[in-house]
Write a protein of this length. Structure first.
Lengths: 311, 281
């Protein structure tokens, strides 16, 4: 086994180009430094992940004590044939699209606005980050006060301007409830994506626009030919964040509509499997399924939208 | 830059819309928390509380009633669980980040990928097996369970951020200290830590905010008030028969107070940390 010193010599680069180089030290020292962090993750992430795989292939139900046997993919099949899960998964697809579209249609213009503003930037950036920092359950509460059919702000405002004939029960268990729940989700998702887009915008060198202007390319054309292509990495990362948060939504829904079928998300259904039905096998299978979909979506965005850019 | 009238108008309108979008839900929560029960049943509701009442805040913070004891206990749980999680994350991330920057060792890149790869793993992926493990270890309803899980969820991001802060430091400073006879650990604690203090603060604030907001983990692991944080407590003011909106709102406002203060004070650091955290996706 190579010691730290030996590997240091092997990768030695000429002066000038060198990154911070490894120092001479006992070969075990770096392992000692990394070990505590690694052990924590091994116990609380890697081991449970392996257990997940194991349990998802076994019957494990607190209501059937003593019953524990291998069932292959039966848990997955049961979950994928369960109308409750399919409903929750369908809802979640909608949340995913609300978050993704919202980020593009609202987040992108907001990022352009922040890019252009000169005065009051610090104040507005702090205001922007407020919804990100507020806990999800509190976000749910805040929006419940807006949607409340009797004392809510939304009915009051629309009624004052005579835009609705009578008070409306917004979270009424119909398909439109998902849109209103989705808005509260978007409220929390937007800040992070806006600052990712903003960082992307600010990394585009100004002289590109100057050169384009000399060639007669300005305004919308410059946005389409320069900004959007160069913004692709930021767009990809922002969409990944929105997708991950949209698919994983739990807190706001728990507060706004609880376990109601029309609005529950896939993660809510996972929670129900495990902690209400006490069927850990199905709960784990559902969770694994959602996790895999999340990872696939992330990979898709990063491969299709992300393009390494050089100036 | 754009100086046209239309451009200016667009900027002003955009500013107003962004302001309203971000501020209205928070403002309205404040209004509800300060409106009397009679005012809350008014149709249409008042845009400004009149008269202003602090009764809900008093009910939560006085310490006398059962409601208040629950709330204060929840606040204590929130603060301690969040502090433990933050402290543990930072203490574990510093040496690991240091090792990944300053040493080349066998398996370092694999270890690094394994650790940072968990960034893309949502917490619900391992929630149920973790529940079984924690139950087996007798750790449900304890600060330990919630703090270590929140810490494990934030460790990869903390490590990633600290690594770039340490990598930005010239190694010569450490060399000088070592030539003067300082040991490796002295070098880290006396020379390195003060130099990366701003980065450390950024990481601590981000981990703090993330742990403070955690809900799914305490919901599963803290079945009683023994370890329930505020994020769980604020969902409990709706009884079977009635919802006390004023109390709900006041509890919500108090629960978002620490995050709001952090955003107001450390926003610049939070933003830089989030951006460098995001680009590693």
């Amino acid at each position: 086994m190579a010691t730290a010193e030996e590997s240091e010599r092997q990768i030695h680069k000429p002066e000038g180009t060198r990154r911070p180089q490894p120092r001479a030290g006992r070969a075990t020292l770096p392992y000692l430094y990394v070990a505590p962090a690694f052990i924590l993750l091994a116990v609380l992430v890697f081991y449970p992940l392996i257990l997940s795989l194991y349990f998802s292939l076994h019957v494990d139900n607190l209501l059937l004590p003593g019953e524990h046997f291998f069932v292959g993919l039966a848990n997955y099949a049961a979950v994928l044939h369960d109308p409750a899960f399919l409903q929750a998964a369908g809802n979640t697809v909608e949340y995913f699209f609300i978050a993704s579209l919202g980020v593009l249609l609202l987040g992108l213009p907001m990022a352009f606005w922040f890019h252009a503003i000169r005065r009051g930037r610090g104040f507005f950036l702090a205001l922007l980050m407020l919804p990100w920092a507020i806990p999800g359950t509190v976000t749910g509460l805040l929006w419940s006060f807006i949607y409340n059919p009797v004392s809510g702000l939304l009915n009051a405002m629309l009624r004052t301007f005579n835009l609705i004939p009578h008070y409306i029960v917004w979270l009424n268990g119909s398909a439109s409830s998902r849109l209103f729940v989705g808005v509260s989700l978007l409220w929390q998702v937007l800040p992070l994506t806006v600052i990712i887009f903003l960082a992307g915008l600010e990394s585009i060198p100004a002289n590109l626009y100057e050169a384009a202007a000399v060639d007669g390319c300005t305004g919308w054309q410059a946005v389409r030919r320069i900004t959007i292509p160069l913004l692709r990495p930021a767009l990809a990362i922002g969409l990944v964040e929105a997708g991950v948060l949209g698919i994983g939504v739990f807190d706001q829904i728990y507060v706004l509509t609880g376990y109601a079928p029309a609005t529950k998300s896939a993660v809510i259904q996972t929670y129900l499997y495990a902690f209400q039905n006490l069927n850990f096998g199905q709960g784990i299978s559902a969770a694994m399924f959602v996790t895999v979909v999340t990872l696939l979506v992330s990979v898709f965005y990063l491969r299709v939208v992300y393009r390494e850019v050089s100036y | 830059m754009r100086k046209s009238v239309a451009g200016r108008v667009a900027m002003i309108v955009g500013g107003i819309l962004i302001f309203l979008w971000c501020a209205i839900p928070v403002y309205w929560g404040l209004v509800v928390s300060l409106t009397t029960p009679i005012g809350l049943s008014a149709v249409p509701p008042h845009p400004v509380p009149d008269p202003v009442t602090f009764a809900y805040y008093r009910a939560l913070l006085s310490g006398g009633s059962g409601v208040s004891q629950t709330f204060l206990h929840g606040a204590e749980n929130s603060i301690l669980e969040t502090l433990y999680a933050t402290l543990l994350t930072v203490v574990l991330a510093i040496p690991a980040a240091y090792a990944f920057v300053r040493f080349r060792f066998r398996g370092s890149s694999v270890l690094f990928l394994l650790i940072v790869g968990t960034l893309s793993l949502p917490v619900y992926a391992v929630l149920i097996p973790l529940f079984q493990l924690m139950t087996g270890w007798g750790l449900t309803d304890t600060y330990t369970a919630i703090a270590v899980i929140n810490s494990s969820a934030n460790l990869p991001l903390a490590l990633w951020l600290l690594r770039s802060h340490i990598a930005a430091l010239p190694v010569d400073i450490e060399d000088a200290a070592r030539i003067d006879g300082a040991s490796r650990s002295t070098t880290v604690t006396r020379i390195l830590l003060p130099l990366i203090a701003p980065g450390l603060a950024t990481v601590a604030v981000i981990v703090f905010l993330s742990s403070w907001s955690a809900f799914l983990v305490p919901l599963a692991f803290a079945p009683t008030i023994k370890a329930e944080p505020l994020t769980v407590i604020v969902t409990q003011y709706a009884s079977k028969y009635a919802v006390d909106y004023g109390l709900q709102a006041a509890a919500g406002v108090l629960a978002m107070l620490p995050p709001a203060v952090f955003v107001a004070w450390f926003n610049r650091h939070i933003l830089s940390g989030l951006i460098s955290g995001a680009v590693n996706a």
